[in-house]
Ligand binder design. Sequence first.
Ligand SMILES: [Ca+2]
Ligand SMILES: [Ca+2]
Length: 198
Amino acid sequence: MDGTRFDDLTRALARGSTRRRVLGAVAGGLVAALGGRKAALADHKADHCAKEGQRAHPDQNHPKSCCPGLFPDADGRCVAGCPNAFLTGGPGMQGVFVDDDLEVLVNGATVFVDDNELASFHPPIPLGAVANGDTVRVVASNSTTPIWCFNGEEILGPLYLFCPTTGETQTLDADGVPLQPAGGCGHVFYDEGFTVAL
Ligand SMILES: [Ca+2]
Ligand SMILES: [Ca+2]
């Protein structure tokens, strides 16, 4: 082996050694980077559920589903409110009394009608999913049956919203309409809109 070849070999070994070190360092760095990324991803899953107004993943178990306390609306965006609200006659699942008839609307769409012309006691009335800021309107009227137009009474019990999923109650009208004389055929004696804040 002459001097030139020895130098070449030394250089080659040195290059190889350097390359190995560099490769080793790169690999080590990659592992560290991947580990860091994995940890970051775990944080992402825990902290980055879909916030209010953001579009949620349809699978409720997916990390990008709505954050706790939110649920997806019809457009798939996360909203605060209640996925299964009821109009009730008291805190919790209490019935609603009306003399005589009742219509309930959510954002202008009728979701419940009682038009049997008689006084009625209703079990909690399902409203479906409601978001905070939605409007619930309650319309109560007297019977249109001639004998009851000016005989008997008009009454509407207290009104509440209840969300079984969250346990939240919203007081809409703690008084309703206490007993008053019948005011005519189909007399609308109550027509109020409420903003959902569950
Ligand atoms: Ca009725
Ligand atoms: Ca009546």
